[in-house]
Design a protein around this ligand. Sequence first.
Ligand code: SF4
Length: 341
Amino acid sequence: MNHLLEIRNLQVELKTELGPVYPVQGADLIVRRGETLCLVGESGCGKSLTMMSVMGLLPPGSRIQADRFHLEGETLLTLDEHAYRKLRGPVIGMIFQDAMAAFNPVLRIGDQLAEPLRVHKGFSRKAAWVRAVEWLDRVGIVEPEKRARFYPHEFSGGMLQRAMIAMALITEPDLVIADEPTTALDVSVQAEILDLLRSLLSERQAGLVMITHDLGVVAEMADRVTVMYAGRTIEEASGAEFFARLSHPYSRGLMACTPNWRAGAVPVTPIPGLPPALTAVQTGCAFRFRCAEAMVICAEKPEITEVAAGHRVACWLNRKPDVLAAAVRGVDEEGAMDVDD
Ligand code: SF4
């Protein structure tokens, strides 16, 4: 079966003045039509760079490789910038976190919405303007004809976020990537924006990748969840399975540091320490220096393996006892160092 987006073992190397950096070291994810995938993890865990790779927006000199990196069954690895320009907009839409920074401050909102229709879909200036006004109406902007003539600074934060959703969806892309789309909004506007996004995408059976560190948003939105740590996918499952059986210690740590205001809820417990600097390819489990359950074997990198149908986890704790025993024996024979070394 062809997934809308399928990524297996994606590796990204960036060139910097201080030397190479490896921000993605084994990203795995799949997105199906009509589904929302929530991509979860702390800042710097490779979520955004994984999706920038899909958009073909990595800095010059970056290197990328993968076992599979396919959109609608076609590889993205061989695309050049010209081919990517044809994808961005008509096939892949992007909703950015900072709507104010995403709009050009000296162009009217309506013109900015209309532009992708003229560039990618061959609309006339007038037809594109009419469609832009229609989309402002669809995303709940009151008096859309009047507001289409406004400049970005004349919109509130919530209105700009709605306009950005309109701009990402106006070309009717198959895949939409939303990078923390509601972080800057207050809670009531956030709920409205998420509802709007969900209903607009389900109309079209498009796929949505929602990048977030907010497990409340994940619980609300996710058909599937992928958790990344230190550039690698360490857990992936359906939304229901993920919350029913949090299997990776890092996923449990994220849950433990999510505020819960219900009476009698357990107090928030932060994960100690920080994610590693990704200036080298990680050996072993990258979480072992922060993991309360780390063992000697964790100095070896655990494969990501299936623990239930569609639920995959990269942690030695989730390996079958005989596999774990054999791996531990192997480490003992090699005289592996303690994990804190
Ligand atoms: Fe913790 Fe080891 Fe599992 Fe890594 S592999 S999360 S260190 S138990």
